[in-house]
Design a protein around this ligand. Sequence first.
Ligand code: AMP
Length: 224
Amino acid sequence: MNLIIIGPPGSGKGTQGKLIAERYRIPQISTGDILREAVRNGSALGVKAKASMIRGELVPDEVVVGIIEDRLTQRDCGKGFLLDGFPRTVAQADALESMLGKRGMVIDHVINIEIEVEELIGRLRGRRTCRRCGAMYHFTFNPPKKEGICDQCGGSLYQRDDDKEETIRSRLRVYARQTGPVIQYYASEGLVRSINGFGCIDDIFHRIVEVIENGEAYAKRGSY
Ligand code: AMP
């Protein structure tokens, strides 16, 4: 099964992506995670991406398309994959379509997580990320057991530069302008499954599973 999960920053797409990947045993391919790791390692890719990421802007299409092209040829993508945070522009969606077309593959569902802007800002402002393993916390909704320390690996927690309020607003503007048309692109192919992203992690996950496993009923009922 080949899936895309799409949603504004702070919509929980990374968290839901992880649960989906575990349930269906497919790799979660997050361009944001790949780019952050490259920035941490100071690799050539990281150097190219860093300035755009700090400003909350998108990294150039050819950079992320190159990442996905490499990643999709790896063996673990044979049974399917979940793209998280890609495509973010229509040019990326076109590039993906031609990559998949060459391999005789198609996208089965585009999971579109919908949520209000003010809710997103509150979530992102309180978000803290582990420097070592990338696990995410929220100082009100999902605090670590010990302040500032990751429950999973003991790494220290920090606020991502792009989770500061000014950058959040810019990321949301970029999302509306550049990723909005991507949703239209897939809607015209009948692939978009819109999910209400408000509520607890488990509830949202159940909505997603229902849509994936019960697609026909979804088509009759409309949006979740
Ligand atoms: P995310 O964790 O998905 O919110 O991504 C964090 C940042 O990485 C974004 O604000 C962009 O700067 C960059 N990024 C991630 N995915 C893409 C993409 N598909 N195209 C361009 N930039 C991306």
